[in-house]
Design a protein around this ligand. Sequence first.
Ligand code: PLP
Length: 397
Amino acid sequence: MQLISSQMTGYIERASWIRKMFEEGIRLKKEFGEDNVHDFSLGNPDLPPPSTIKEALAELAEQADQPFFLGYMPNFGYPDVRTRLAEEVSKEQGVNVPAECLVITCGAAGALNSVFRAVLEPGDEILTPAPFFVEYGFYADNHSATLKPIPSKPLTFELDLEAIDAAINDKTRVVLINSPNNPTGAVYSREQLDALAAILEKHNAQRERPIYILSDEPYRFLAFDDVNVPSLLDVYTYSIVCSSFSKNLSMAGERIGYALVNPAIKGKEPLIGSIIMANRILGFVNAPALAQKLLGKALGSSVDISIYDARRKAMAAVLDHAGFKYTMPKGAFYFFPEAPGGDDVKFCALLQEEKILAVPGSGFGCPGYFRLAFCVGEDIILRAKDAFARAMKAHSE
Ligand code: PLP
């Protein structure tokens, strides 16, 4: 009996790397104890939410006996939260964003899917720099579109603008970028984004349907060494931002984020209306009521990013000690070093023998590298120092 669709069978295969590592982590921790396994496989923010969340929960508990406290609301979200969010994103983006340009969504994932549903025709293409967040491929499929990965520049992971230009055709509808980047930690400079915008404007001049830049920004808050994360809004008219509070408020399980349509798009109202409609008909209906209310009270606060920065430095020291080649991440909480010998799957197996869990770059459309997430205590990073060095040595023998 065939119980599931053939597409799902294929998905389960494709999703296997992170899942495999997750399962392996459980097995190793059971066998050798939590303290003896160095698990860098998961991008699940481990810092506690900021104190504003606890305070907001206590305040909200007092109101929980009111009718409609957790009831339906307009599909774009609670109007007062939308207004507060508009103030906050206006500061972040350096552009005045009216509340009407925002749709509150079920995380960045909900925002991306709602925007795709609003703008894509079946058969459209989404260009994205590789490596990329693995879910993008599934999201493209959800809307019968094709994800077309464009390899980034080796090791620095800057955009390969010529390759992007060459890949554009009549079916290209979206260029999907993510900065600060998962899995590389790259942050695209204003110069790179200006150059990307110029390429798309050149193509748009020949087309009825504009190419959108969809900027996936859940790590915007997490940039190190005062690096600037430029806003797309004043770089490119047809830009849409998708983001969430999964990482900056450590609320990944609460499913709260937003889509922001560039206020500069002329005639944008049907586009915003379509994203709201998509939010409703994709089955989310609206972002969770409690998460929105929490957000209304906690907006503007954040986890302590100096903790992530200290871990980043600790991890760099550990990798340097062992002799790995990598580019220091400018943002997000990932390293993406070269896999010695070039075979990422083989090298991750070697790391596993040292009880280090890492995800092969192949899982992100970029063989030859591996991803280390530093959503773990600094003590675990430091404890892994000798194990990384041993893996490197074992490879060279
Ligand atoms: N985009 C990127 C690049 C991510 O790394 C993640 C989550 O890890 C998401 C989107 C999804 O974020 P959310 O949990 O807010 O849906």
